[in-house]
Each structure stands twice: as structure tokens, then as C-alpha cells.
Design a protein around this ligand. Structure first.
Ligand code: GDP
Length: 479
């Protein structure tokens, strides 16, 4: 299931260099004549507004060719936004999601117990919004590190009595690295010591400029416990999503992403999926990661049994052979047999891939990697023991940028190197620089698994010198 970069560029009718850049952003280094796998091609094609599916005929199983479904503009219809809630611990992410779900209970049919499937759907003025139920940037970036970008809008919850805190900054940087627009929800405005102006001030210091301050970020005051401002927040989500012009084609085989899965004693493997394009129907044969099966039953976010699920719908599905992983893509296959064959082939590939080392940027062979892909961006995450050091490193590193190489500090903060930093590095193909901080052994293990380079220093100029040396290797000789 592979395609040469050049061929894909031709099919999509885009500049191969643009495509290589996009691949780099996804953490894949590939030269113009190199092959990339189907999943990667699929993500790229989707970014350009194409869909691609595996040709599922018997004879083609050997060389697995691609067939793009070029969605005709007139086949595309508006789809609902998919939203993730992020923010510092205790700032009210869970309470906000609860408050949002409650608007639905009062507005909708006879309330009752809503079954948890990993995502919720609410309606405001007849427009649907899908919320992913697991808040936080770790969940968001874990999916992204696995190549799945489902979130259209991120809600940044900031408690008005506490202001911008370390995980607020992390959330901002994770959303930025993913290119996902933010809406700020200033929460806990019911509290006596709430100070929304201070929140706005602090946000501006971290590059989030709200409308009131001349920026373009929507900011909504809310109280999750009192249920205040929730409708306004939902209206703003619709407004921001309308500017994004989110569209999909409901009349094609479904494609989407697994967001949760588990084995249920009675029902067997159960997975919650988000349908991103197309329509999923009961009876469809699907491939999800290394698993396959025929959709035996589907339940929506209210626990109701349904037969069809269109774009931007979260459904729980029964009928898979095994438990797929969160972040796995699913696609519809021609029939059960094809689905099983593709899944089995994928299982073999996964085994083979685990033996190979997946290529991530590292200072040592930066030069080679860059030469292969002609990519000129070096993403860096900076963690240090003091804000002064973070800023000093950030400024010196960014100054290393020249015509040929751009250095981006995608996240800089005080504190030790965390698992969340590794995930961000993995999703954004970055290296991590620690100054007077060290990762714990569990973080080091994760970094090894994800193939992320962590360099720690005690002297700032040594860090700068190292990067500069690697960059010199990146420079093309000038004559
Ligand atoms: P999370 O860690 O971000 O998910 O935060 P939670 O939703 O668990 O909220 C943390 C605490 O803040 C809980 O005790 C909530 O009751 C409280 N809380 C959340 N939202 C509000 C609010 O709007 N007003 C007040 N006064 N308390 C809130």
C-alpha cells in the first residue's frame, strides 16, 4: 500500500515540494522519488481536499493501487465542527463539558441517562456540534501523533480566578502546532475573585490576542457550574466553524477515525468512531487499523440504535474482529473478505514497521534527512528551570534562522520534560532541549519508543552551538 511522492503530487495536482513540506509536518521525511504508505497519503490527500481509498479488487491486492475519489464541489455539503476542550487542571474542562451536555438534555427529548461513548453531540439553533469527551491537550496530541487530525476547533478553558497557568500555555502551543483555531472560554466568572481582564492580559502575553484586544480570537465568559454563557459559547463555535467552511461528501463510502475502543464482555470489541466523510451504514465491511469486521450495530451519542451515520457523527460500532487503537483510521471495504485481507496485510506491516525505526528528526543526521526531503524547518521544544532561560534559549535559537533553515520554538516552558512534550514532539517532528531539567525514566522510555531526541544542557551557549553545528550541516554549499 504505497505510492511514490511524485505520483501522489501529480494525482493531487500540487507542487511536489509543497507535498514534501506537508509530509515533513506530519513527521515523514520523504524525497520526491520515495514511497509513502497509504495512511500518510490519505492524510495528505484529505488536507488537499481529496479523498483516497484503496482499490479493493482481488487482483489488485498484490500491488494495492490507489483510487482517488475526487469529490465534486457540488457533492460537498456542510458538516458539523468537531471540538476538543483543553486547559489547565481544575479550570473546569469537565464541568464545561457537563454543562454543554446538559443544554441538550433540557432542550431535547426526555432526558434520561446518556450513555458515554467518547463523544457528545449538541445542537444550538438547529446546528450540530460534536464534542470529544476526553478533554486535554494530551488526548488531542496523542491522536495527532498517530496521524489523526479530527479536531476543527479547540476550546481553551481558563479559570478567571486563576489565570493562565502552565498547562494553559501547553494547550495553546499544542493547538497552534496543529493549526487548530482556539476559542477562549473564561470560566468561573461567578467567583468573587474572578478577574477576566487579567486572563485576557496574560493570554496576550502568550500570543493569544482576543477580539477585544484587536486580535481574532473569540473569547466568551462562562460559568460552567451556573450554566452561564454556555449558549453564547456554542453560538460562537458555530460562527467560527462557519468561517472554516467545513465540508464533506455524505454520498461516498465512509472514512474516519477511531477515538475509543474496548472489549465489552457481552458485545465483544466496541469502538467509537468519528465519521469524517461519507456515510457509514450497518452492514458495511470496514477496516480499522489492523482490525476488520462488518458493522453489526451502531449507536449514536445518545445511545440510540441507528442504521446510518453521515459526516461529523460519533457512533459506537459493534462487529469488529479485534480492538483497534484510538487514532486508527477506518475505511469501508468492498466486502468482508477484502476487509480481512487488507487488515491481515496491515498486521504484517505493523510487525515489520515495529522492527524498523520510524524516522524522526535528530541533530546527528539532520543534514541527511533534510537533504532527502529538502525541508528547511527545525522544530524545537524548550524546557528549562527558569523563565529567563526559556526566553534566552528561545531568542537565541530563533535567531539561528537564516534563508535556508527556519528554527521554530513550537513550545517553551518552565519545568521538567513531560510525556506531553514527547507527544507534541512526535506529532510535530520536533527535538527537545532541556536546560537544567531532566526527564524521568518513564519519559525517557517514551521518547525512545517514539524516537524523539532529547538533549539536555547546563550551559546555554552549548545548546546554541550544537544546533548551529547541525544547521551548518543543513546548509547547502554556496559557490
Ligand atoms: P478540570 O480539571 O479542568 O476538568 O476541572 P473540573 O471541571 O473538574 O473543575 C474543577 C473544580 O472547579 C471543580 O470543583 C468544579 O466544581 C469547579 N468549577 C468548575 N467550573 C466552575 C465555575 O464555573 N464556577 C465555580 N465556582 N467553580 C467551578
Amino acid at each position: 500500500e504505497k505510492i511514490v511522492v511524485k505520483e501522489l503530487a501529480e494525482k493531487l495536482n500540487v507542487n511536489p515540494n509543497d507535498l514534501i513540506m506537508k509530509l515533513m509536518n506530519l513527521g515523514t521525511m520523504a524525497a520526491i522519488n520515495q514511497e509513502i504508505d497509504f495512511e500518510t497519503a490519505e492524510v495528505i490527500a484529505t488536507e488537499y481536499g481529496f479523498s483516497c481509498i484503496l482499490e479493493n479488487t482481488q487482483e489488485d491486492m498484490e500491488d494495492d493501487i490507489f483510487e482517488e475519489i475526487i469529490d465534486n464541489p457540488e457533492d460537498l455539503v456542510k458538516r458539523a465542527p468537531i471540538v476538543t476542550v483543553m486547559g489547565h487542571v481544575d479550570h473546569g474542562k469537565t464541568s464545561l463539558l457537563d454543562a454543554i451536555r446538559e443544554t441538550e438534555v433540557t432542550a431535547g427529548e426526555a432526558g434520561g441517562i446518556t450513555q458515554h461513548i467518547g463523544a457528545s453531540e449538541v445542537k444550538i439553533n438547529g446546528e450540530k456540534i460534536v464534542f470529544l469527551d476526553t478533554p486535554g491537550h494530551e488526548a488531542f496530541t496523542t491522536l495527532r501523533a498517530r496521524g489523526a487530525q479530527i479536531t476543527d476547533i479547540a476550546i481553551l478553558v481558563v479559570a478567571a480566578d486563576d489565570g493562565v497557568m502552565p498547562q494553559t500555555i501547553e494547550a495553546i502551543n499544542h493547538a497552534k502546532a496543529a493549526g487548530v483555531p482556539l476559542i477562549v472560554a473564561v470560566n468561573k466568572i461567578d467567583k468573587l475573585n474572578a478577574n477576566p481582564d487579567r486572563v485576557k492580559q496574560e493570554l496576550s502575553e502568550h500570543g493569544v490576542l482576543i477580539e477585544e484586544w484587536g486580535g481574532d480570537v473569540v473569547c466568551v465568559p462562562v460559568s460552567a457550574v451556573k450554566g452561564e454563557g454556555i449558549d453564547h459559547l456554542l453560538e460562537m463555535i458555530i460562527l467560527v466553524s462557519e468561517m472554516q467552511e467545513l465540508k464533506a461528501n455524505p454520498n461516498r463510502p465512509a472514512m474516519g477515525t477511531i477515538i475509543e475502543s474496548e472489549v465489552d464482555k457481552g458485545k465483544g470489541p466496541v469502538a467509537t468512531v468519528i465519521v469524517q466523510t461519507g456515510t457509514l451504514s450497518v452492514g458495511d465491511s470496514i477496516i480499522a487499523g489492523h482490525t476488520y469486521g462488518r458493522v453489526r450495530a451502531m449507536f449514536n451519542s445518545k445511545g440510540k440504535r441507528i442504521k446510518k451515520a453521515g459526516p461529523s457523527t460519533a457512533v459506537e460500532i459493534l462487529g469488529l474482529s479485534d480492538v483497534p487503537e484510538a487514532g486508527d483510521k477506518f475505511i469501508v471495504a468492498k466486502d468482508d473478505k477484502t476487509a480481512r485481507q487488507i487488515a491481515e496485510k496491515r498486521q504484517q506491516e505493523i510487525r515489520a514497521k515495529n522492527l524498523r525505526v520510524n524516522q524522526k528528526v535528530s541533530l546527528e543526521d539532520l543534514f541527511n534527512q533534510i537533504q532527502q526531503g529538502k525541508v528547511k524547518d527545525l522544530n524545537v521544544i524548550v524546557k528549562a528551570d527558569a523563565q529567563g532561560s526559556v526566553e534566552a534559549l528561545r531568542q537565541s535559537l530563533v535567531k539561528l534562522t537564516n534563508e535556508e533553515v527556519r528554527v521554530n520554538v513550537i513550545h517553551g516552558a518552565i519545568g521538567t520534560i513531560t510525556e506531553s512534550d514527547i507527544l507534541l514532539a512526535s506529532a510535530s517532528n520536533a527535538i527537545i532541549i532541556g536546560f537544567n531539567v531532566r526527564p524521568s525514566s518513564s519519559v525517557t522510555n517514551l521518547a525512545e519508543r517514539e524516537n524523539i531526541e532529547i538533549k539536555t544542557y547546563r550551559i546555554i551557549y552549548e545548546a546554541i552551538e550544537d544546533i548551529e553545528a547541525a544547521m551548518k550541516g543543513m546548509l547547502e554549499p554556496e559557490y
